[in-house]
Design a protein around this ligand. Structure first.
Ligand code: NZQ
Ligand code: ZN
Length: 388
């Protein structure tokens, strides 16, 4: 049965080759002080940085720079950015980059005026926000996380090896996001394919959970088919606008909260992946790909009809003369072949995980109860061990 829900999404999207023009519509809505947040320099190499500065100048804004947001942003960086935002009385945080930069911007937006330690409040205790929030706008350069249209923010605490996500409400969603597929052409291949698999994983986490005759399941099958089709084109022709734009749009829909509505959702691949990330600082999408096959093989008996449907609807497995289990397993084989085509990590050893880390990774894994099977810590360990 479809669960009860409220759905609305406050993020305005500007999509396409001229999407940056949207800044002229959005910027006048906010005060003068802009915190310009970006990563390690890709936006300078591409010329995007200069282009954005020119727009901000034209709009009469004062720019406070916050560069150096690292992949998997840390608590230390969050505290630094929060101080900067507070001291300069920032009116808008403009994030230019991938999921890490967008996530970080949202974390700064709720932390700048927070009187407590934000790591403890928002990530260890998962409290709601009860202080002023600085609005965020995103200019996306890396596709995968969906951070451009959701309330998610994931922060890493390297000392305790914990990587924790908090999904905030609509008040923290970006007010607007600029999505120009051309900006994604320069992403290095390994990063690009990690993003492709991140999108796939977001869909699978919502697809393989209860309430299985939901309209969203049909939407997700469509998104997966589009993703498989377009990523295959992009692998051979990274500057194919149609493919890269479809992938960008699919990534947004995969995690802007729509397709999960009315479903209990699973998210255990992400919970284990984040814990692996806390231990290794590995690229997010790779932490997911490295454990997905072992996890879904383990889950298959608990959700057999849906795995059979996945095989037939997404991978066009023919059912004649086969048992349900054989059909379902063929679907997972097809997924494995596709992952091999992408070139994503297929085990956690290549991410630097060793057997002696498994206890710690199990401890850092939050066990959720939305999927076909609520795992015990021992089962988490089994899945991780099978992924070595
Ligand atoms: O730092 P720069 O120099 O910009 O380089 C970045 C970075 O090294 C580079 N890059 C980005 N766009 C580029 C580019 N290089 C060349 N050309 C471009 N156009 O890519 C590298 C990785 O960027 P990052 O932002 O870390 O990647 P991604 O978008 O995958 O974000 C990962 C983070 O998002 C979190 C992950 O846990 C991880 O911390 N997630 C956020 C979610 C959310 N908000 O809902 C959900 C996801 O499941 C995920 O957990
Ligand atoms: Zn993800």
């Amino acid at each position: 049965m479809l669960g009860n829900f409220k759905y609305s999404n406050p993020t305005a999207l500007y999509f396409g080759e001229n999407a940056l023009e949207g800044l002229h519509q959005e910027l006048p809505r906010y005060g003068k002080n802009i915190l310009l947040v970006y990563g390690g320099g890709s936006i300078k190499a591409s010329g995007l940085y200069e282009e954005i500065l020119a727009i901000l100048k034209k709009e009469g804004k004062t720019v406070i720079e916050d560069p150096g947001v690292m992949p998997n942003p840390t608590v230390e960086k969050l505290l630094e950015g929060s101080r900067l935002a507070r001291e300069h009385q920032v009116d808008l945080i403009l994030a230019v980059g991938g999921g890490s930069v967008c996530d970080y911007a949202k974390a700064v937006s709720v932390s700048a005026h927070c009187s407590e330690d934000p790591w403890t409040k928002y990530f260890l205790r998962m409290d709601d926000v009860d202080n002023p929030i600085i609005p965020v706008g995103c200019i996306l350069t890396m596709v995968g996380t969906g951070s451009e249209m959701n309330g998610g923010t994931v922060i890493t605490h390297p000392e305790s090896k914990l990587k924790i996500g908090h999904v905030f409400g609509e008040n923290v969603y970006p007010k607007f996001s600029v999505l120009n597929p051309v900006l994604t052409y320069t992403i290095p291949r390994r990063q690009m394919v990690a993003g492709f698999f991140d999108i796939f994983s977001h869909i699978l986490e919502q697809y393989f959970s209860g309430e299985d005759d939901n309209t969203s399941d049909y939407l997700m099958e469509g998104l997966m088919k589009s993703l498989i089709h377009s990523t295959r084109i992009a692998l051979n022709d990274p500057e194919n606008y149609e493919a890269r734009s479809n992938i960008m749009w699919t990534a947004t829909w995969a995690l802007n909260s729509l397709v999960g509505k009315g479903k209990s959702m699973d998210w255990m691949v992400h919970m284990m992946g984040q814990s692996i990330g806390g231990y290794t600082n590995a690229t997010h999408g790779m932490t997911l790909s490295a454990i997905s096959l072992a996890y879904y093989r383990y889950l298959l008996p608990y959700g057999l009809p849906k795995f059979k449907r996945f095989a037939q609807e997404v991978w066009h497995v023919r059912p004649e003369g086969k048992s349900d289990e054989e059909i379902a397993l063929e679907g997972l084989h097809a997924l494995e072949r596709y992952m091999t085509e992408l070139g994503v990590a297929l085990n956690i050893t290549e991410l630097g995980v060793t057997e002696d880390m498994l206890d710690g990774i199990v401890q850092g894994t939050f066990i959720l109860n939305g999927g076909y099977k609520v795992l015990t810590p021992e089962e988490v360990r089994q899945v991780l061990k099978a992924s070595l």
